[in-house]
Design a protein around this ligand. Structure first.
Ligand code: C2O
Ligand code: CU
Ligand code: CU
Length: 508
């Protein structure tokens, strides 16, 4: 394990912060939130008074413009009342915090009319979407204050739960933390043919989980407080503090999105009941997988279905989990914390839900023999990948359109890192040489990389070549990404040369 002097200094600093964080849970219960904290076996434990109905982000309205489904998103600053009588300065799309749920069907052309009414440059990235690099919304598609940007593409990937968030280089963490994030649901015929709960806001519920630190005046505290970034002591679900949701059906589908900048969760229920994992980042699994825990590092998603009995109340909880970290790093990066997330309250009579199908969709395994190129990515100390920090004007990898590649990722650092690739949904070939566990057997775009554990990913690059506009790959702990743990790849046609990149990030 290689820890830089800087990391060690930070660790020393944040170990000192671990105790204040434990006591910080009390202000949450008293002055601001509904939580009660305390230290259990090393980690913080945050219990919550569930006294506010869970907000359901509205489905974004759309119009048909020249045969394309058009959405409008306006990024702006506002104030949000997370607790009655207390307002927090926040950012949101089309509102003061978070954004509407976008929803489109496979095969549709979409156009996203994005307008920036903030007083600084941002961008909007469609996380997990297969699309042209110029529509990706990464750091090379900045939207200046007062300006608009209207990328368009054809939705062509399996039904799943994606999301969108800003991606300005060096500022992604701050922009997302202030509230710029939303869900993007893709539908398709295969999913529509299955007996699954799918009534949005009734038995198909977005669950966008973010941890926040509030100061005594109810403001978001920003700035890194641990080697992974800011760890909050208070959870918001869809922007609701202390949320409960009234369930009226025997089964409910939760679309879990870890939209936190740094914190990982291991979701389960307080009574340890089992649930069915039906989908991961890029689509449904081939069959429901019954489990009692699902770990999500930043940006990962999972769709789960849980059964309820009339009148019962159950609590979605995040449990302590082992991220494979050493020397107390797990503790200072939040892995020992317990959070009550969301209370599900079943009504006294529930409408019947069909039994879960035994099979879901085909997830054909990509054969290793299909891959022509293998690349290695070492996540190293000081926020580097293969020894380099992100540079806007450097192309790190050149990929040929129409080919399949294996990317071998290893975290050679001691800190937690996740690995995200734009444009594609990949499959995990192996983790430490072994077959992936069921939760990593479906389509993924972000995967946790425990220290010293090699992970092999296989992915197909199809449809979009552009020698002049790169896609990104990076750690999705946003502090790490912002500090440079990111690289750029272009997809070119066979024989085509990559172009020259410019630094659009203006001063970063
Ligand atoms: Cu969720 Cu490069 O992003
Ligand atoms: Cu992304
Ligand atoms: Cu990282």
């Amino acid at each position: 394990m290689r820890l830089s002097r800087r990391d060690l200094l930070r660790l020393a600093g944040s170990t000192a912060l671990a105790l204040p964080l434990a006591t910080a849970c009390e202000p949450n219960g008293g002055a601001f939130g509904g939580g009660r904290g305390g230290t259990g076996s090393g980690g913080n434990r945050v219990e919550v008074t569930f006294d506010q109905p869970l907000a359901i982000p509205p489905l974004a309205e759309s119009t048909i413009q020249a045969g394309k489904r058009a959405f409008a998103l306006v990024a702006k600053a506002g104030r949000t009342e997370f607790r009655p009588g207390r307002t927090t300065d926040t950012w949101g799309f089309n509102g003061s915090h978070l954004g509407p749920t976008l929803r489109a069907r496979r095969g549709e052309q979409v156009v996203l009319n994005v307008r920036n009414e903030l007083d600084e440059t941002t961008s909007v990235h469609w996380h997990g979407m297969h699309l042209p690099a110029s529509a990706d919304g990464g750091p090379h598609q900045p939207v200046e204050p007062g300006q608009s940007w209207s990328p368009s593409w054809r939705i062509d990937q399996p039904a799943t739960t994606l999301w969108y968030h800003p991606h300005p280089h060096g500022e992604t963490g701050r922009h997302a933390y202030r509230g710029l994030a939303g869900m993007f649901i893709v539908d398709d015929e295969e999913e529509a043919a299955l007996d699954l709960p799918r009534e949005y806001g009734i038995d198909d519920i977005p669950v966008i989980v973010q941890d926040k630190l509030f100061d005594g005046d109810g403001r978001f505290v920003e700035g890194e407080r641990s080697p992974s970034g800011t760890l909050g002591d208070t959870l918001l679900v869809n922007g609701t503090l202390g949320p409960y949701y009234e369930v009226s059906t025997e089964r409910v589908r939760l679309r879990l999105l870890n939209a936190s900048t740094a914190r990982s969760y291991s979701f389960g229920f307080a009574d340890d009941r089992r649930f069915a994992l039906i989908g991961t980042d890029g689509g449904l699994l081939s069959a429901p997988y019954e489990t009692n825990r699902i770990q999500l590092t930043p940006a990962e998603r999972a769709e789960i279905v849980v059964s309820m009995k009339p009148g019962e109340r159950i609590v979605l909880r995040s449990f302590p989990h082992d991220l494979g970290l050493l020397f107390g790093i797990g503790r200072v990066t939040g892995g020992e914390d317990t959070f009550d997330v969301l209370e599900l309250r079943a009504t006294s009579s529930l409408s019947a839900s069909p039994a879960l199908p035994a099979r879901l969709v085909d997830v054909p395994r990509i054969a290793e023999s299909e891959a022509g190129t293998t690349r290695a990515f070492a996540l190293e100390s000081d926020h580097t990948i293969n020894g380099e920090r992100m540079r806007m004007d450097r192309i790190d990898e050149v990929v040929t359109n129409g080919t399949t590649e294996i990317w071998e990722v290893v975290n050679e650092d001691g800190l937690p890192h996740s690995f995200h690739v734009h444009d594609v949904q990949f499959q995990v070939l192996s983790v430490d040489g072994a077959e992936p566990p069921p939760e990593l057997a479906g389509w993924k775009d972000t995967v946790y990389a425990p220290p010293q554990v090699p992970i092999r990913l296989i992915m197909r690059f199809t449809d979009y070549a552009d020698p002049n506009v790169p896609y990104m790959y990076h750690c999705h702990l946003l502090l790490h990404e912002d500090q440079g743990m990111m690289g750029q790849f272009v997809v070119v046609e066979r024989g085509q040369r990559p172009g020259e990149l410019q630094d659009h990030s203006r001063g970063h």
